[in-house]
Write a protein that binds this ligand. Structure first.
Ligand code: NAG
Length: 225
């Protein structure tokens, strides 16, 4: 009896760990696995085909340009420059990436989560108020907000999959570096994924889900579309 229980648990665990939906970055099985540059040669499990190791070059392991900010997104005032497997093919299968985030004064990186990575932020310049929503295991309907004002040299971690935000509360620009334990951390913007999905979520679902009326839902949809 015990043995069957054990085997069943093992089989279920093996299934979930091998299922693409639950894909995490694997540990490397080889010294290097430089991604081929063919954009169609992607495997749907967060990885790319390796080029012949003999053809790898120093530039596959190199990126230049994090010394300058990216372009700020029109509405938000936050600029993201991401160095992931797409911009640095040598990251393939290594489970690591980095980004530079620049914030205009009073700009917000809205509520979001990274489905495949924890994110470790360090502030280089300015002051950023960060908030992390931690589910309350004692009450499914509540969460705890862990927040901090971060100054240069401060480090904060956002655990994989948890919702968080970053807000430049200073009156000058802020700059930060963020490291991810994924070659392709992904991002889910909470407001946009809910109010700007295609096709749209039925009004009833949003109205009931957020306890708002349909006019309010229409206004929210408009803001995020
Ligand atoms: C950033 O680094 C690149 C490459 O090293 C260099 O060419 C460029 O002048 C630098 N830009 C600034 C603003 O420091």
């Amino acid at each position: 009896m015990m043995m069957w229980w054990f085997i069943t648990t093992l089989a279920i665990t093996a299934f979930f760990y091998n299922s693409p939906v639950y894909a995490y970055d694997n540990n490397p099985l080889q010294d290097i696995c430089v991604a081929v540059s063919d954009s169609h040669a992607s495997v749907f499990v967060n990885g790319k085909i390796c080029k012949d190791p003999k053809l790898a070059t120093p530039n596959d392991f190199y990126f230049s340009g994090l010394n300058v900010s990216g372009n700020a997104a029109p509405k938000s005032g936050v600029a993201v420059k991401l160095v992931d497997v797409n911009s640095m093919p040598g990251l393939n299968t290594l489970g690591i990436s980095v980004s530079r985030l620049d914030f205009e004064p009073l700009s917000l990186f809205p509520l979001h989560a990274h489905p495949r990575a924890s994110a470790l932020i360090t502030i280089l310049e300015g002051s950023i108020y960060v908030g992390l929503f931690v589910p309350d295991p004692a009450n499914f309907f509540k969460s705890r907000l862990f927040s901090k004002i971060l100054n240069p040299g401060d480090v904060f971690v956002f655990p994989k999959g948890l919702i968080h935000f970053l807000y430049n509360i200073g009156n000058k620009k802020a700059t930060s570096l963020i490291y991810y334990n994924s070659q392709n951390p992904g991002v889910i913007s909470i407001p946009n994924s809910i109010f700007a999905s295609k096709p749209p979520v039925p009004d009833d679902v949003l109205a009931k889900g957020f306890q708002l009326n349909k006019i309010q839902i229409a206004q929210l949809r408009k803001k995020f579309s």
